[in-house]
Design a protein around this ligand. Sequence first.
Ligand code: NAP
Length: 243
Amino acid sequence: MSTVLITGASRGIGAQCALAFAKAGCDVALNYCRSEEKALALIKEIQALGVRACAVRADVAESVQVKKMFEEIRTELGTVDVLVNNAGIAHVGLLTDMTDDEWRRLIDTDLSGTFYCCREALPDMIRAHSGVIVNIASMWGEVGASCEAAYSAAKAGVIGLTKALAKEVGPSGVRVNAVSPGVVMTDMMAGFSDEDVAALKEETPLIQLGTPENIADAVLFLASEKARFITGQVLSVNGGLVI
Ligand code: NAP
C-alpha cells in the first residue's frame, strides 16, 4: 500500500489525482493552501473509499511550511512513497507589465515549490531505495506561450528539474517524471474567454479540451509499476496540440 502526497489537491487536476490514487487503494495526503472547505470535503469523499487520508495546509512556496507539512504527514500516514508536485498558479499578461512580486510569486510556487517538496520527500525514498515523483509541467514549458513568459519559464524549469533529478536519484531506486498537460478545463482557465477556449479546442488535433481525469490517468500510470522502466521523461497529455 503506497502513501501518496499530492500538492494543490483541493481543486482541479490535483483533486482528481487524489481521487484516482484513493480509488487505486493508496493512502492519500492532500495539500491545499487557501481552499480549506474544498479540501476537507474531498477528504471525506476519499475516506469513504476505505483508505486513510489527511489534508495538510501549506503554501508550497514557503520551504518552512513544506518541511512542516512532511512532518505532519509522517505522523498521520507514514513516509511518502509517491509525490505528485501539482500545486501551481498562472499569470497572463505582458512581461513588461509584470512586477517583481508577481514574478517571484509565480516562480516560488510553480518551480521552487516543486524543489522544496522533492527535497523533503527524497531522503525517505532513497533510504527505502524506492519512490516515485511526478511533476506537473505544462505544454507552455515545452514551447512557450505569449503573455505567459513567467509561467512558461517556471514550467520549463520543472522539466529541467525532472530530467536532472531522474539522473541523480535513479541509482537510488527513485523515478522522476513529468506530465505536461495541454488545455484542461479547471479554474485555471477561468480568465480565458469562451472564444479563446473554442479556438484552442479547434486547434487541438483531437478537437477536444482536456479533463482533469485525462491528466490523473497519466499521473497514475507514471506512478505505477507499469512505468517501472520509465524515468526522466515528459509525458505530454494535450490532444496533440503540441507535438
Ligand atoms: P487550479 O484548478 O487553479 O488548482 C490549483 C491548485 O493549486 C489548487 O488546489 C490550489 O490550492 C493549489 N495551489 C496554488 N498555489 C498554491 C500554493 N502556494 N501552495 C499550495 N497549493 C497551491 O489549477 P489546475 O488547472 O488544476 O492546475 C494544476 C496544475 O496543472 C498546475 O501546476 C498547473 O500549472 C498545471 N497545468 C494546468 C493546465 C490547465 O489547462 N488547467 C495546463 C497545464 C498545466 P488552494 O485553492 O487551496 O489555494
